[in-house]
Design a protein around this ligand. Structure first.
Ligand code: SF4
Length: 337
């Protein structure tokens, strides 16, 4: 995988808390801490996979990145320029595009395929939107002479997702956020679309943020994997490193829940039990302590900070087990088997 070391996208302390309103006056009763202090960098040409349970904040993070949801706090920088200070939301929309899971809901049912793809380029005032749309249709494998005048309901799910990919690329973005973009597809179509995404990344020099609940799919396409739990980043590492060693107990549980067709490869590790805590009132200290087999008193009292496993390592984790100064009785021994 080719990627320079310079971050193209930098996210710092991103926060989004959604109000829950109630009562006859519609007053705010509580706040859901959907994303709470998320930070990461993405290098140009890299694919960052984001995984975690439903409700961990993956999709909200994606929507914050493209400005579909306003952030409460934090900074997003693209190419060294800060969103809101140096670049407008309109400019950001040209540089960061998104492909959603629901291929049908993403398209206007009253617009032809060609118009849907060309729409964004027209709005942004780019040259030759129709020519761009036709070229991209051909590139994603749909003959423009056959498909340009069709409507979304006339296409299969795989064809619609190819159209959504073309629609995202029509403005020549730098970053494409793929939010469960292949999750609703049949396995055979999923493989074709993943290969298409890999080819397009190389051809157009794209940078991907790939969100999925399927670890095998994330492994296939990603350079690094970021794990989220209850609105926070708990682990971040290159794919090979995290596949060889899951440092955070939550990541271990996610991996142990992964189905395997190989009877010799069945895990003996305990799967994750219990439901995630309420994001309105997350547990103090480590948010995972209510479900963690290695929780100690320090885990309930102190919030673990995300940092490298050892000085200079690209493998980062937020867990007292890996911090010798934390006071955890098993600190420095890694995650016990
Ligand atoms: Fe478990 Fe403590 Fe690590 Fe949290 S900090 S994951 S509770 S060992």
């Amino acid at each position: 995988m080719s990627a320079t070391d310079q971050p193209l996208l930098s996210v710092r302390d991103l926060k989004k808390h959604f109000p829950i309103k109630g009562g006859i006056l519609g007053r705010t009763q509580a706040m859901v801490q959907a994303v709470d202090g998320v930070s990461f960098d993405v290098r140009a040409g890299e694919t960052l996979g984001i995984v975690g349970e439903s409700g961990c904040g993956k999709s909200t993070t994606a929507k914050l990145l493209i400005g579909l949801v306003d952030r409460d706090e934090g900074d997003i920088e693209l190419g060294g320029k800060s969103l809101g200070r140096d670049i407008s939301l309109r400019a950001l929309r040209r540089d960061i595009q998104m492909v959603f899971q629901d291929s049908y809901a993403s398209l206007n049912p009253r617009m032809t395929i060609l118009d849907s793809i060309a729409f964004g380029a027209r709005v942004q005032g780019l040259d030759d939107p129709v020519g761009r749309a036709r070229r991209l249709m051909a590139r994603v494998g749909l003959d423009p002479d056959r498909f340009a005048g069709r409507y979304p309901h006339e296409l299969s799910g795989g064809q619609r997702q190819r159209i959504n990919i073309a629609r995202a690329l029509v403005m020549s973005p730098k970053v494409v956020v793929l939010d469960e973009a292949v999750s609703a597809l049949d396995k055979s179509v999923e493989a074709q679309v993943l290969n298409l995404l890999s080819d397009l990344r190389a051809e157009f020099g794209l940078t991907y943020i790939f969100i999925s609940h399927d670890l095998n799919v994330v492994r296939y396409i990603s350079d690094r994997i970021l794990v989220m739990y209850l609105g926070e980043v708990v682990e971040l590492a290159p794919v090979d490193m995290i596949w060889a060693e899951q440092a955070h107990p939550y990541t271990r549980s996610l991996f142990s829940a992964m189905p395997s067709m190989d009877p010799d490869n069945r895990t003996q590790k305990p799967p994750l039990t219990g439901d995630p805590p309420n994001p309105i009132d997350p547990p103090p200290g480590c948010r995972f302590h209510t479900r963690c087999a290695f929780a100690a008193d320090v885990c309930k009292a102190r919030h673990p900070v995300l940092g490298p496993m050892v000085q200079g390592s690209p493998h980062w984790v937020a867990c007292h087990l890996h911090d010798p100064a934390s006071g955890h009785p098993r600190a420095g021994q890694g995650v016990p088997a």
